[in-house]
Every structure is written in C-alpha cells, then in structure tokens.
Design a protein around this ligand. Sequence first.
Ligand SMILES: Cc1cc2nc3c(=O)[nH]c(=O)nc-3n(C[C@H](O)[C@H](O)[C@H](O)COP(=O)(O)OP(=O)(O)OC[C@H]3O[C@@H](n4cnc5c(N)ncnc54)[C@H](O)[C@@H]3O)c2cc1C
Length: 429
Amino acid sequence: MQTLLVVGAGPKAVAVAAKAAAMRAAGVPAPRIIAVEPNTVAGNWLSGSGWTDGNQRLGTSPEKDVGFPYGSHLGQGSSREINRIMMSRSWSSFLVEHSMFAEWIDRGRPHPQHHLWAKYLQWVAAEVGLKRVAGRVTQLGVDGGSWRVTVAGNGADESVIAADAVMITGPGPSDRKLLDHPRVLSIAEFWDLTGRRQLPAASHAAVIGGGETAGSALDELVRHDAMLISVISPNATLYTRGESYFENSLFSDPSRWSALSPQERREVIRRTDRGVFSVRVQDALLGDNRIHHLQGRVVAAYADDDLVALSLHNETRPQRTCRFDLVVDATGGNPLWFTELLDDAATDILELAVGWPINQDRLETVIDYDLSVSGLRPKLFLPNLAGIAQGPGFANLSCLGALSDRVLRSGLVADAAATATAISSTPGT
Ligand SMILES: Cc1cc2nc3c(=O)[nH]c(=O)nc-3n(C[C@H](O)[C@H](O)[C@H](O)COP(=O)(O)OP(=O)(O)OC[C@H]3O[C@@H](n4cnc5c(N)ncnc54)[C@H](O)[C@@H]3O)c2cc1C
C-alpha cells in the first residue's frame, strides 16, 4: 500500500482520509493517509491557532462538507457505495449523531461557528481512523522516488517519514506583520489579544486586506472600541463573494472549468474568491457607519509619534499617507509557505518541473488534473494553488469531495506496493 502524507490535519486531510476509508470499505484500493499536525485535528479553526477565536462563523454552508458534492466515480460499480458511505460522514449525519439536527433546521440552517466546524471535522477524523502524527513538518527532502519528511515532535524528538506522495494544506503561519510596532498586529496577535479581551481601544483603526482573513477580523473589530475603521485593499471597492447559482456551481463542480479561457478563469477568481468578503460578513458590516474603504496597496509603514503611518499606492492617483492608532495586518496566508520546507534537492526538482524562479504565477499554471505539480516525481499535491488550473473550489471548502476524488484517483492508487515507514527516529535531537 502506498502512503500519502498530508502536511496539516485540516479539512483537506480529513476529506482525503474519509474518502480513502470509504474506498477501502467498498473494496476499492486506496493509499494509506498520514496527517502530520502539531495541534489537534482542525486546529486552525480553534482559538489559539492564530486564524480565528473559534467564535467566527463559517462563510460557506456547512453542507459543503468533506464529501460534497457527493459525485464520486471512483471504482467501477462501487461509486454508489462510496457516496453512501461518505453521506454517513456528512455535516447532517454529524448533527443527527449529536442530536442537533432538528434544532439546526428549525433555526434556519445557520452557518456554524468555527469551533463547531472543528468538532465536525474531528468527529469525521475519529470515525475514519485518521492516522495523525503529532508534530510539525520541518523539512521535505527527496530520496529516489519518495519523499523524506522530517517531523519535529511536540517534545524534543525528531523523526523522518518516507512517503510516496505529499499534500500541502493550510495558509501557513499567521504571525506576519508589515512593521514591528506595538500598534501593528499580525492576525495571530489580533486573535490572541481578542481571546484575552486585551485588544486596545482605537480612534482610527486600519485592517489591511480584502479577503476572508480581513473580513473575520473586521467582524470582530466592530464589536470593540474603535471609532473609525478603514479597510485597506487595492481594489476599487470591497467585493462580496458572488453566491448566485452560476458562481457557486463553478466552485462546486469544477468539471466546466477547463472550458474557460485563462482570462475568464482569472476574472471569475478575481470577482468571487481572492480579496472578497463573504456575503455574511458584508451583510453584517454594511450597516455600520464607522467602516470605510481606502483603496490602495500599502507600500511603506513607519512609526510617527504614537501613531502608525501607512503610505498607500494607487495606479491612477498620487501616493498618500494615512495615520492610524491600530493596524491589523490581515493580508492572509502565503500560498508558497511550504517552499521554505524544501531542502536543496527538493527545490531543484521542483524548479525543473516549474521553471525558475519558483513563484505563484508559475506554480498555478502547472497543477495537473489530480492537483499535483505536473511532471514532478515524487508527487506533490498542491490543492491550495489549483484554483486557476483546475477550479476555484479546490483551494477552499467548496468541493472537498471532488478534491479527494482527484487526489486518490491519481497514479498513487494504481502503482505497486510501497510502504511509508518511520525510517529513522532520533529521540532527544
Ligand atoms: C479565518 C478564515 C476563514 C475561512 N473561512 C472559509 C469558509 O468559510 N469557507 C471556505 O471555503 N474557505 C474558508 N477559508 C479558506 C480555506 O478554506 C481555509 O483556510 C481551510 O482551512 C483550508 O483547509 P486546509 O485543510 O487546507 O487547512 P487548515 O484547516 O488551515 O489546516 C492546516 C493545518 O496545517 C497545520 N500546519 C501548519 N504548518 C504545519 C507544518 N509545518 N507541519 C504540519 N502541520 C502544519 C496547521 O496546524 C493546521 O491545522 C477561511 C480561511 C480563513 C483564514
């Protein structure tokens, strides 16, 4: 049996593990799934993760769960059985199991808070027996046709795991901020202070970013002492994610994506995904007259007495400088965060497959149907970068069932046996 090692035990790891378990139960061969995770399963949806305080609400419907859209065609004759098993791991099944289904329906199917979404994912992980290695991946190396994954355990131990393929998940660290200043907060610091009820009062706060990370921070900030809040983003306005049938169907069903031209794809992603707030966040914030939008890209930040000065660049207007007494850097994760884990040999083979220098534009165009980097062996699955090439839903929670189908359908399943074993373990290092 081959092994797929997933970096991070978030929804993507849980979705792939659940589908692999369903395939095996239906008599279809599937690789072994190992998730390496320093925190608990779905840790990024809980307080302390640096991305939320756990009380924010999911932007998408929870029915877009680990099996959605339930259209598996894996294994001839077994697809119905796989879909049936996956339905037993659905959001609704979780609610039924915990006697919460009727109340959820009667309350109008509310989007759950992040901590409840985490509980759902943890329930699925437990049901399917997700194998979690407690630790943080610190290096990705290659050894012939397989990956050598170095894991720093939560103690002082270090181990190396061999895997036939690796999948990267998550947005990476949340402690980035544009200026080291007590009045400038990374998104991790923002949620930490919020959780400890120590977020400083502000007369003019700025939230930098126009995406889901900024939306969540803004949603929280309006409940605190802030007289004026400026949202800074390069776009002409604060876009709301489209929620019409046509927009949603492109996220749920990526099969039509390949028929669009590269320009049309970028247009869809620009209008519906990157740098857009969910409808729920926009609805909650529109009525608050303390919130304003400042168009521009922050090109400089410096301390100015007790304030923080931000210089904003616009394509068509002169640069301007604005001053704030609280700045939240909510520009979001870095999709290339994993490249820092690659050792020299792994960087070399990725460069050969992608071209030099490795950057987001290049990577986004070389993601294959199975969500791995085209031409790279051993396989490296990058669903977070698959939006442009394969469909906008693969980077987020919009089609986790389709994501797991594509990954598990890849050559991994068909290839001959190989096992992932801890090939060295050096406690105390
Ligand atoms: C605040 C916020 C709200 C969002 N809301 C939505 C939404 O409503 N709908 C939607 O479709 N998308 C949403 N997204 C976008 C995206 O879908 C989520 O980020 C989603 O969690 C991605 O799932 P994942 O499995 O890739 O990673 P995550 O859930 O982020 O999990 C990644 C895991 O990797 C672990 N990790 C990090 N570094 C390492 C390492 N070196 N070694 C091992 N493990 C590591 C982390 O601890 C984490 O548990 C949201 C994003 C954010 C930030």
